[in-house]
Design a protein around this ligand. Sequence first.
Ligand SMILES: [Zn+2]
Length: 351
Amino acid sequence: MNLSIKIAVASALDKAGIISLVRKFRSTRGGLVLTLHRVLPAEEARSSFEPSVTLTDTVFEQLLILLHQEFQVVSLTQLINQPVDIQGRQRVALTFDDGWADTYSCAFPLLLRYRIPATVFLCPGLMVAGGMIPEERFVHIWRWCEDHHHLHLLLQDLRKWGLAGGDSQDRYTWSRLLKRLAINAKMLMLSHLERTYGVPGCEKRRLLSWDEVRIMRRSNITFGSHTVHHSTLTAEQQSSLDEELRKSKEMIESNIGEEVRFLAYPNGAYDARVAEAASQAGYTHCFTTRQGSFKHKADPFAIHRINMEDGALVDRIRSLNASRLRFHLQHYAGPALLLAVLTLRYASSLQ
Ligand SMILES: [Zn+2]
């Protein structure tokens, strides 16, 4: 079903009270694990390197209010350890991937305010001055070359490094190809391109500091691994795969002083070899980018989540904002729509 039709149907069902009824019957087992990345004030969200992985702080707060009122928000550990819901409400756990600095500056105060627990997946090798995830570094290089009319040279270079994007001028095509490179080659290539085109580094710190991590840990936020360097694990040789998994676990554990058992696969990339390596490295639960609900009987090394930054959903919310439904979005319809979309997604994932 097309998303706008889904939203219209869901909105009508929600108003008629049918969704709450359906949710009641389906809420006794499993739950939902939501995926978020960045939360930013509206003006910064627009200039984010990847608007599709960004929620504005207003939408995020609406989501938290909705979760607080309509769901039982639990930590990931509670969701996993306690197989049956005891309060008769659908259970939801929140996760943040990458460990952006705004998880602390923007999302954390709101999580505290609504007393909502969350798990943040960190890339400890990138939590250094000037550290950026490779995907964002690439976007910076692309934009710089675009602004300085060097795009044709950049495309030639990318082809030299073995990326088979042909004559495409579409950044997303090249970004997808970049994700398939092993981390060592990717880092070498990015450093080379930054030097060649004189791309300036980032002034603002992009990712969390360990001090921020420790402050959050004292307030109901837990941490998992997202590999050392945001590496696409399926692209790695065995030794590098093992190192990305083991080293990231050790680095986080030594900084927070407790065991790390959860891993989120960067770019959602995993296969049987990656899952086996994760198990060998000591992880007990691994999270994918596949859409679906959490089920206790499902494979713990391929847990489905629900991505809350679905471009279509966010675009829809933005378009509603601009239309005559603005008032409803702000006062009632926003949370109701989010709830409805969530519930519909949950229902369709059960089929
Ligand atoms: Zn990521």
